[in-house]
Ligand binder design. Structure first.
Ligand code: AHM
Ligand code: MG
Length: 330
C-alpha cells in the first residue's frame, strides 16, 4: 500500500527548490532553472559512472571505442556536460571548473544570467579506475554586475555563497544541497530519473567518533595537526576514502572530523577553495557543523586566484573546536 505523501506525493528536488522560491518574493525562478542544469549534469555522470567499467570509459583519453570514435576520459566528459548544460540554462555568467585553467565568461548577453557557478565536475578522479565513490561539487554566487561579469567577481569570501551542494556517485547516487537555510538530501531514483527527497533537514551530530585524514602525510604536518591527530586516534576510529565527497558525506551523516591540512609538502593545502573548500564548508555550517583552516573560519578565506588551495578541517562542531584548541595553544 502506497501512502499519500510518499509514493503518490514525492518531493522531487525541483519541486522542493520551487517551493523555496515561492517563499521568496524577489525570486525569479532563475535558480530553479540553474539547478535543473546541474541535476541534468549529475544524472548524466551518474549513468556514465555506472557504465564506465563496461564500455572502457576508464582512463582512456585519446583512445578509440568500438565505433572508432574518440573516447573521452570521464572527468573531461563530465566537465563538457556541465559546462554546456550551464551555458544553455541562460542563467549563468561566469563558470569556474577544476578542469579549466581560466574562468569562462559567457559573452553572449542573451545566454547570460546572474549566477556564477564554481564546480569540480568529477572529484576524486584517482578513484575512478577502481570503482570507489566519486562526486561532483558545486558552489553558486551572484554576480556583482550582470552587465560586466569578470574574474574579480571571484575574489570574494565564502560568506557570499548563495547555494552549494555535491552529488555522490556511490552505491546510490545522492545530491546534498543547501540554499542557505539548512541542508537536504535527494536520492536519484534511476527508474524515473528524478532526485527524490530522502534526507530532509540534515544536521551533523555535535560530536562524532571518526577522524578522517591522510596519515601518510603525517610527517609533513605542522605541530598542532600532529598533536591533534595523536590525540584523536587515542579515542576515535579512522576512515579515509581519499575521495572528498565520500569522506564529507560520511562526516555529515555520522559526525566526526575530516581534514586535509596545509603541510610542509603542500604549503597551501591540496583542496581548492572555490569549488572544494567553500561548498563543503558552507554545507557543513548549514548542517550545524564547523569548518576551519585551523586558525580561520574556512568561509572567511578570500582566494587571490581561481584555483587557489587551502588547508581545511571540517565536521562536528565539538570535534572541530577541539582541533582549533590545538592551534590556539601554539
Ligand atoms: P582531485 O580533485 O584531483 O580528484 O583531488 C581531490 C581529492 C579529494 O577528493 C580528496 O579529499 C583528496 O584529493 C585526497 O588526496 P590524497 O590522495 O592526497 O589523500
Ligand atoms: Mg577535485
Amino acid at each position: 500500500e502506497i501512502k499519500a505523501g510518499q509514493g503518490e506525493d514525492l518531493h522531487t528536488l525541483t519541486r522542493w527548490v520551487l517551493s523555496q522560491q515561492q517563499h521568496a518574493p524577489e525570486a525569479t525562478g532563475d535558480l530553479t532553472i540553474l539547478l535543473t542544469a546541474i541535476q541534468f549534469g549529475c544524472k548524466f555522470v551518474a549513468s556514465k559512472v555506472k557504465q564506465a567499467g563496461l564500455i572502457n570509459l576508464l582512463g582512456l583519453t585519446g583512445a578509440a571505442n568500438v565505433q572508432g570514435e574518440e573516447v573521452k576520459k570521464l572527468d573531461v566528459l563530465a566537465n563538457d556536460i556541465f559546462r554546456n548544460a550551464l551555458i544553455a540554462s541562460g542563467k549563468a555568467c561566469l563558470l569556474v571548473s577544476e578542469e579549466d585553467e581560466n574562468a569562462m565568461i559567457i559573452q553572449n548577453p542573451k545566454q547570460r544570467g546572474k549566477y556564477i557557478v564554481t564546480f569540480d565536475p568529477l572529484d576524486g578522479s584517482s578513484n575512478i579506475d577502481c570503482g570507489v565513490s566519486i562526486g561532483t561539487i558545486f558552489g553558486i554566487f551572484k554576480v556583482k554586475d550582470d552587465k560586466n561579469p569578470n574574474s574579480s567577481d571571484l575574489i570574494r569570501s565564502g560568506r557570499e555563497i548563495v547555494a552549494a551542494g555535491y552529488c555522490m556517485y556511490g552505491s546510490y547516487c545522492e545530491m546534498i544541497l543547501s540554499l542557505g537555510n539548512g541542508v537536504n538530501g535527494f536520492t536519484l531514483d534511476p527508474s524515473i530519473g528524478e532526485f527524490i527527497m530522502t534526507h530532509p533537514n540534515i544536521t551533523i551530530p555535535p560530536k562524532g567518533k571518526i577522524y578522517s585524514v591522510n596519515e601518510g602525510n603525517y610527517k609533513y604536518f605542522d605541530e598542532p595537526s600532529k598533536k591533534y591527530v595523536d590525540h584523536v586516534k587515542s579515542k576515535y576510529t579512522a576512515r579515509y576514502v581519499g575521495s572528498m565527497v565520500s569522506d564529507v558525506h560520511r562526516t555529515l551523516l555520522y559526525g566526526g572530523i575530516f581534514g586535509y591540512p596545509a603541510d610542509s609538502k603542500s604549503k597551501r593545502g591540496k583542496l581548492r577553495i572555490l569549488y572544494e573548500v567553500f561548498p563543503m564548508a558552507f554545507l557543513i555550517e548549514q548542517a550545524g557543523g564547523k569548518a576551519t583552516t585551523g586558525t580561520k573560519n574556512a568561509l572567511d578565506i578570500v582566494p587571490e586566484h581561481i584555483h587557489d588551495r587551502s588547508g581545511i578541517w571540517l565536521g562536528s562542531k565539538d570535534d572541530v573546536a577541539e582541533l582549533e584548541a590545538f592551534y590556539k595553544k601554539k
